[in-house]
Design a protein. Sequence first.
Lengths: 249, 137, 585
Amino acid sequence: MEDITLRVARYRPEQESKPTFDEYEVPLREDWAVLDGLNYVKDQLDGTLSYRWSCRMGICGSCGMTVNGEPVLTCAAFLTDFAPGPVRIEPLRNFPVVRDLVIEMTDFMHKLGRVKPWIIEDPQAPPEGEHGEYLQTPEEMEEYHQYSMCINCMLCYSACPVYGLDQSFVGPAAIALAQRYNLDSRDDGNRQRLTVLSEPDGVWGCTFVGECTKACPKGVDPAGAIQRYKVTAATEAAKSLLLPRAAGA
Amino acid sequence: MSTSPDPGFQVRLYRQPVPRFWWARRRSYLLFILRELSSLAVGWFIANLLVLVYAVGQGDSAYQRFLDYSANPFVIAVNLVALAFVVLHAVTFFQAVPQTTVVRLRGRRVPAGLLAAPIFGGWLVVSAFLIWLVVLA
Amino acid sequence: MSVPHDVIIVGGGGAGLRAAIAVAETDPTLSVAVVSKVYPMRSHTVSAEGGAAGAIAADDSLDEHAYDTISGSDWLADQDAVEAFVKEAPEQLLQLEHWGCPWSREPDGTVAVRPFGGMKKQRTWFAADKTGFHMLHTLFQTSLKYPPVIRYDEWFVSKLLVEEGRIAGVVAIELMSGRIETLLARSVILATGGCGRVFPYTTNAAIKTGDGMALAYRAGVPLKDMEFVQYHPTGLPFTGILITEAARAEGGWLINKDGYRYLQDYDLGQPTEKPVLRSMELGPRDRVSQAFVGEVEKGRTISTRYGPVTHLDLRHLGAKVIDSKLPFVRELCRKYEKLDPVTDLIPVRPVVHYAMGGVHTDSHGATPLPGLFAAGEVAAVSINGANRLGSNSLPELLVFGARAGVAAARHAAGSAPVTGPAVEATARDERRRLERDLLGRIGGGGGGGGERLADLREQMQHTMEGSAGIYRDGGSLAKAAGTLRELQERFGSVTIDDPSRTFNTELTSALELSAMLDLAECMVHSAWRREESRGAHQRTDFPARDDERFLAHSMASRDPDGVPHISYLPVTITRWPPGERIYGR
């Protein structure tokens, strides 16, 4: 059985002030994802390696890392794709590093909360389904469903050069999440989300590089969500300028 | 075994530096930066056009001076580079536009590529017409 | 020093978040802390696929849902709890709809329901084939709008604090800094999920290590029905990744190496082209998994490098159905098996999926320890008895999460505050234990007599798969009990490589392994004592069900020497006297 070399970024804050690299040889098994390689390292070679992982099926969003320069889910990237190696594994870019491959994500969590990602009901439009549900046709669900598929893996923030240069940018996943609710027929919160989205660090921070959509493992297309919202935000701005009373309604 | 609160370890986060030439490190970032710079080329041609119109308005000799200036090999080189940038600008713009809107036909979403086709098509038609007008007619 | 809250919820998945919202809605003046070793969106609820059952169809009824659940449980479910569960399930699922959960719809916009295993009527609500994902994200995002809910993300609870016979709080480690903190509370709700990682092949994520069950067990609360472990019939062979039961509900077939739909040989009915409820591939999970073992014994399975498999055939469903109803299944097969279910057969085999057993609670989530509650897979109320029906566990999170939240809120509001000094002493002892026993074990790589975590873990897992799998017998269970005792002792000399305080995942792995060893022992002892076959617990030496001796829950309590002691608690029967489980006829 062949081996493949993993060059893994290490950062042990109690010992060093910046990251170094350690190399490990792991078996090049054809069904192994990069994550399986890391687990082999931790179990058999070096128990001090720290990284996040859980579901190993691409749905929990824990295991995002930079592999050979690209932000990927390590449970969904296979060792054979990088053969003969070496495979360079580093923490997700654009986030502070806590330890080894673990990044600090409180900024991301904060941003998710800022866009009010919950249904804001319209008291004038109560649910009318026979079981007490809001009626929502499959077509109405199509409008927002794609944006509901985000697993919060942060690969998009890692790919975004705007966020890399300035962490005050609200960012792709948060804006896509806002759109998920804005476009949900059961929600009436567009006005309430307008403020945070139309700030300079909201949608207007985006210069449509488009890397977020490329990096997204779930096909959410946050870049599309952001550009669509720019149209909405611009229209709202124009309306409030020209028709102040109608815009305030 | 103290009774004071356990401080654990003072967390020391490492801020990954953004490389100075971050935009050169990925092809997609480089293309993005060039795309952004191409608006300068657009500005350049608009300026050229305004100067041309002004020169025409000023009469024959002004117009001739403009033509002489434009025939200068250095100016031709600059204009060719600028033309390349403007083509990049147009292509990336037309590629971007369909990604910003969602068009549904009979319940299914029209793919962005398909929306781009008529835009590119229209551009080619208009360009062909203008070339005919200016060069051939 | 010690941070006071009113209610602490350990675990931030579906049950934990639902409980947090319930506390906040019951009494907004209470301070409720959700303490989770992972960020809530990573909780294992996220990977549930198939759906959540709630009887709403015109031709359906609560009694029928109850009967299906009770017969599915092989009559080990407590029927009063089941009656409450089936009534509240549709209410909770509807509440989730109002909170934005994207339930799949009929063309007219009403909520759609699909068939599911062991259910006589179609009553499973679903959000494509990512139901758990959508439910979890809806709950998490909704929880953000309640200011009283405070989150401790990536804090690992290592001990429950008990003072004067009631709960007083928890001791937890902040992963980022390694800081050990005491969190006080008048109510604690365990919502930490199951323990599939006790076994080697499981649909469960890495984090499913049964931490909360061990916390309760060590605090003197009995663990109920631990011998009942559900094998999901269709997991992928290497990874154990779940292929949802919905694939069979939509019409998929299980075939052996001869292309034969083998379930017909196991008293599960006759094969038909379209799925028939409670028949064949829509039989209950325990019976379908047991049929696989039968096929292995007959030599009719397909051999692969990962052991025997059978095939799940979805080809006749067509790309349109697969893309609209099972898109995630298609994605998983392409990614992890490099095949396309539209044209290829999917290799599958039973893998451990769900723990019917858990912390003993009543139907309001209360454990025998005042102030300690539990909800979700960590708890055994029990509504699932000896075998859980698919699509009952997601509504279980909501119904009992909400009930536990309400009960915990009321208990906290009506209790005297936790006093500092006695609890501080316990907390200091725990801190010392963590520092000495675990952080003090830095030895490096197993050299010099230290055991490696991974070795012990693998041995535990293989012992369990070999002796406490789909079929068990007294001899191998007795042997397993001995092996596990030995592993417990060897754990005493485990060393870890990582000396760091910052995000030390080796430390948490050691704590998790310690929990799993306790739970494995409970499972094996409970299985050994139960001399009958019922639901998911099948004894080759006692193949019949024995209602006279064993229509009761096993209760595993911790002896002073750390060994589980098994006693029995009768099952509550209300309207459905024990009968024969009939499927396919």
